[in-house]
Design a protein around this ligand. Structure first.
Ligand SMILES: Cc1cc2nc3c(=O)[nH]c(=O)nc-3n(C[C@H](O)[C@H](O)[C@H](O)COP(=O)(O)OP(=O)(O)OC[C@H]3O[C@@H](n4cnc5c(N)ncnc54)[C@H](O)[C@@H]3O)c2cc1C
Length: 404
């Protein structure tokens, strides 16, 4: 017997940026919405993972392509801490948009602003609550079994969003998924006397936000020679990946501090470590449509959003609704880094601004499905596009053709 049981209209699993955007979008549609998170921090990799760089909302050529909650979250990331929107993006039509429309932010400050956002939207948040198994009604995901300090419980939803980053719900419900391995990487925050002096001389505390990163870049450069890659869906690998990252960080400080002086342990030391395993990739749905390399600039009849490529200027991707829909199960949408995309397309869709954007789309779609008494996979995409446009989102490349 479950120790507790509760039913909502919309149930969002995982409170990274995608889950937050999904829950806020659904709650703003007036539906009873719950958000379930296994840690006690809202924000996922962006906060608990100390990934403090919000990827840009623009195409790199001075044109904004992503709007809505992704833009709202970008600004909220700076509400209680450092970071600035580059000058050209502070006024409409500016010609000085050499820097892209993104920012760095303090993860702790972002958590405070996200807590506030969820509260204002009326989302019921469950922290320290692990989603264990889906509750199935035939091939429909009707809820999830969770575990927290009260014991085992059941949370039900008329529509669910899987924003776990790992497609945990979709996978356990039997939806086909795809997995990939990771190079070793770790981002942390550090205290640096040198940066503090710079901050004082420039009269800005923003410089106190000081990151440290060890291991590989997103292309694998910097991965320790001879070391294997790691899976984010294997319990033992997760532990080994996290511990190996911390070994690299120890070695990094040993080398720096050996010289003493400016880099002595009094002047340069680690301040915060990720409280969640910092995998770039784990598991994602193999959905009804998969975004693939070569699809940049391609139009889809069911496009529901737009994202620019953070790694190169000029490329914009339409997001087909089918990339949020798992196969073989109903009642469920994927959002964030577990939507269906692969290769470089996955590089484009996995990052913060894109995760927030697909989160909002999933939240709006889930809410509309409930309001129309249908399931997300059976939703009339025309109606969904109308709803998203009504919220100010740009959906097609044509929507931004004439914008500045
Ligand atoms: C090393 C590294 C560098 C990166 N660099 C950048 C960068 O510079 N800029 C950028 O924009 N992006 C970067 N990213 C990617 C980016 O941080 C993430 O892909 C993005 O934040 C994903 O958001 P999400 O909400 O989809 O998933 P996540 O942030 O992973 O959120 C998923 C949430 O679900 C929760 N969860 C998972 N399983 C369960 C469960 N079973 N029960 C309950 N809760 C659960 C998790 O605790 C988490 O809070 C980087 C990632 C890494 C690892």
């Amino acid at each position: 017997m479950p120790q507790f049981e509760k039913t909502y209209d919309i149930l969002v699993t995982g409170a990274g940026v995608a889950g937050v955007a999904a829950a806020v979008a659904a709650a703003r549609s007036g539906l009873r919405t719950a958000l379930v998170e296994k840690t006690v921090l809202i924000g996922g990799l962006a906060t608990a993972g100390l990934i403090y760089a919000y990827t840009p909302l623009c195409d790199g050529l001075g044109r904004q392509v992503t709007y809505g909650i992704a833009q709202e979250l970008l600004h909220l990331s700076m509400k209680y801490g450092p970071g600035d929107v580059p000058a050209g993006w502070r006024s409409a039509g500016s010609r000085k948009r050499t820097r892209r429309y993104g920012t760095t932010f303090s993860p702790a400050a972002f958590v405070l602003a996200l807590d506030e956002l969820l509260l204002a939207a009326g989302v019921e948040t469950w922290l320290d609550t692990l989603v264990c198994l889906p509750v199935m009604d035939g091939d429909r995901v009707a809820g999830v079994e969770v575990e927290n300090k009260s014991g085992r419980g059941i949370l039900r939803g008329r529509a669910l969003v899987d924003a776990t980053g790992d497609a945990d719900v979709a996978y356990r419900a039997g939806a086909p998924c795809e997995e990939a391995d990771n190079w070793l990487s770790l981002w942390g925050l550090q205290a640096s006397l040198e940066r503090a002096r710079e901050a004082v001389s420039q009269g800005s505390g923003d410089l106190l936000l000081c990151g440290v990163s060890v291991g590989a870049s997103n292309t694998g450069e910097g991965h320790p020679t001879g070391m294997r890659k790691f899976s984010g869906t294997n319990g033992k690998d997760v532990t080994e990946f996290v511990l190996a990252g911390r070994v690299l960080l120890r070695q990094h400080y040993e080398r720096r501090q050996r010289d003493g002086g400016a880099n002595s342990r009094h002047n340069l030391f680690p301040l915060a470590l990720p409280a969640t395993a910092p995998f770039r990739t784990t598991r994602r749905i193999a959905g009804q449509t998969t975004l693939r390399d070569g699809m940049a600039g391609q139009s889809f009849a069911d496009s529901v959003g737009l994202v620019g490529d953070w790694s190169k200027r000029g490329e914009v991707w339409e997001i087909p609704y089918g990339s949020l829909l798992p196969r073989k199960v109903t009642g469920l949408l994927a959002a964030g880094r577990c939507i269906s995309s692969t290769g470089h397309a996955w590089e484009v869709t996995r990052v913060i601004h894109a995760a927030a954007h697909t989160g909002e789309i999933a939240g709006v779609a889930a809410a509309l499905a409930v309001q129309l008494d249908t399931t997300p996979d059976a939703l009339d995409v025309g109606k969904l596009r109308q709803e998203l446009r009504g919220k100010g989102l740009k959906l097609d490349l044509g929507d931004i053709a004439d914008s500045d």
